[in-house]
Design a protein around this ligand. Structure first.
Ligand code: C5J
Length: 234
């Protein structure tokens, strides 16, 4: 008997086998600081509207994933108010007045608890979903994410969020090295730089999925719908 909770998702470089009961959807840093004007991303001179374009696809994917009963992890990049977890090497790279911890229209840039640090309302976590606060670009560095996933028997991760080549790719590489099978959802991740996104998608799936697979949200949603038609997870 085939296990209907193991999804076969059309992906590149080949189909991605996704055991839903051992998988989590990871939404990286969909925070106002990266996606809205006046935040950290904008302070670096970026056009944040590019990132807003993935919100509808992410909403559809989240809705389908939640309906299927899958685990969800959201991450937020940010630092303690005293910046004790922000090394000078990170803080001092920005321009004076626009650095991490400086005050902008949405409060102090990239500081926990400030308005800009919040996940955008459209993608707000629901009850029971895990929110990981991370001081670095990777979701595993300085967090308990690995222990949390291990405690739930999670072996497969579906990556989404921003920005593709920075926090998403760093987290996916960290996960790959820790033994997770990972897929990156092409239209549910975005970069301020289209060429960096394209290069990231190409490099993660190159050499036989050396970092992981890539797939579209439509293909993953269709696989979830097919599973629901065949029957719920036992
Ligand atoms: C950046 C992120 N780009 N979430 N953070 O600084 O990708």
């Amino acid at each position: 008997m085939p296990d209907s909770s193991i999804l076969t998702v059309p992906a590149r470089p080949g189909p991605f086998m996704l055991p839903l009961r051992h998988a989590a959807l990871v939404v990286i840093d969909m925070q106002r600081d990266f996606v809205e004007p006046g935040g950290f991303g904008a302070s670096l001179g970026n056009d944040v509207t590019r990132l807003q374009a993935i919100v509808p696809a992410l909403q559809r994917l989240l809705a389908a994933w939640r309906a299927a009963g899958g685990a969800v992890v959201h991450t937020r990049e940010g630092h303690r108010a005293d910046l004790s977890d922000c090394p000078p090497a990170k803080r001092l790279r920005g321009s004076p007045g626009l650095r991490i911890g400086d005050t902008g229209p949405m409060g102090r840039l990239l500081v926990q608890g400030e308005p800009g640090h919040a996940i955008i309302a459209e993608l707000a976590p629901t009850e029971g979903e895990r929110v990981i606060d991370k001081p670095g670009k990777g979701a595993f560095f300085g967090t308990d994410l690995q222990a949390w996933l291990a405690a739930r028997g999670i072996s497969h991760l579906v990556f989404t969020g921003v920005t593709t080549e920075v926090c998403v790719q760093t987290s996916m590489r960290e996960a790959n090295d820790r033994g997770f099978d990972c897929v990156l959802i092409e239209d549910a991740t975005e970069s301020y730089f289209p060429e960096f996104k394209a290069a990231t998608l190409a490099m993660v799936r190159a050499q036989g999925a050396i970092v992981g697979w890539t797939a579209t949200s439509a293909d993953l949603i269709a696989a979830l719908a097919a599973m629901r038609t065949e029957g719920p997870c036992p």
